[in-house]
Design a protein around this ligand. Structure first.
Ligand SMILES: [Fe+2]
Length: 347
């Protein structure tokens, strides 16, 4: 794909004559776009982009890749990067972009008003647009949900040999542990990890969905995974997937204290964005009432803006108390979390 590397003046409307690489002169139509680097792509996202164009006249050029690749690409593109907006999943990944100094603070009264403070970066470097819960799944034949309670409880000997969870290299697990560090401190989290890892049913393998499937197959009694994977199985046309959902129940931990661990899908504006004003408009669009329904639905997540209707299948999992810890804590504690998981030999 050829990308015209253009340098824009302020506001994304005035254009300098600098064109590098492909020498197609920038036309007005080309300047009326934002360049979105996204690690998510769903049919509902296309509808969001079309609605944005209808409302603002601004099109969305989508560059889609894994978050790490997008971040590396923007770093290598440097000051001439055409990238305006980054969208990715997990506050731990947004933090990587933040740590690399790639994101610009956005001061938008609308974003502040729509998105709760604990689901966005304190300085406006990124904003959550949907959220997911990292929960406990249990084999209905083997576990009485009355015996489940908290993440903390998963380190007790009663779960010895019963827990299924993916590798510690996964950012979702890093954020879960980083959250525990924020709540309990390093020493207690180290101790918790010792018990938790010693309760594993097997050496970590596979992704979140693989843990839910293995739980249904009896490879362990409980699995840790993000909520939307279960919704995906529940909506599947494959009877094998729906059988997994029949065999496995969903449990929201820590309902009697701080609530269930939450994370976000979110995004921010690149420091080098050629179209910063349009980029902010795009973020505001994603936080709008109607967009919120579509953005969350695309990945069976929970909207971030209070009062937004939830997908019926996801709503069927029940209401629950969310941990109101600011998701920005995960990035801050990520390095410590990885260190502690290594010490505990969580591979
Ligand atoms: Fe995921």
């Amino acid at each position: 794909m050829n990308i015209n590397r253009r340098l824009f003046l302020f506001g994304g409307t005035a254009i300098t004559a600098v064109v590098v690489g492909n020498l197609t002169p920038p036309t007005l139509a080309q300047t009326r776009n934002i360049n979105l680097y996204s690690s998510r792509h769903y049919d509902t996202d296309d509808e969001l982009y079309n609605a944005f164009k209808a409302q603002t006249g601004l099109g969305v050029n989508l560059i889609e890749a894994e978050a790490d690749q997008l971040i590396e690409r923007v770093k290598s593109e440097g000051a001439n990067s055409p990238a305006d907006v980054l969208i990715t999943v997990d506050a731990g990944r947004l933090w990587v972009a933040e740590r690399e100094g790639l994101l610009a603070p956005v001061d938008s009264a609308f974003l502040k008003q729509q998105i709760p403070a604990n689901r966005r970066h304190p300085d406006g470097l990124w904003f959550g647009f949907s959220q997911r819960a990292r929960v406990i799944f249990y084999n209905r034949d083997r576990v009485n949900p009355a015996d489940l309670s908290t993440y903390e409880d998963l380190a007790t000997p009663k779960w010895a040999g019963k827990i299924l969870v993916r590798s510690s290299s996964n950012v979702y697990n890093q954020s879960l542990v980083a959250g525990l560090i924020a709540i309990h401190g390093v020493a207690k989290t180290r101790q918790w990890l010792r018990g938790f890892v010693s309760n594993f049913a097997r050496s970590p393998e596979g992704n979140d969905t693989a843990q839910i499937r293995a739980c249904a197959a009896g490879a362990g009694d409980i699995a840790i995974a993000n909520s939307y994977y279960y919704a995906r199985l529940a909506k599947s046309n494959d009877p094998v997937d729906r059988e997994v959902v029949e065999k496995v129940g969903i449990f929201f931990p820590n309902q009697r204290d701080r609530g269930t661990h939450m994370n976000i899908s979110g995004g921010g504006v690149f420091k080098t964005a050629p179209n910063p004003d349009a980029a902010i408009k795009f973020l505001e669009h994603l936080a709008g009432s109607l967009s919120q329904i579509y953005f969350a639905q695309g990945n069976n997540e929970y909207p971030v803006v209070p009062g937004t209707p939830i997908d019926p299948v996801v709503a069927g999992f029940g209401t629950f108390k969310q941990d109101d810890l600011n998701v920005a804590e995960y990035g801050k504690n990520q390095a410590e979390a990885v260190r502690l998981m290594d010490q505990a030999r969580w591979i």
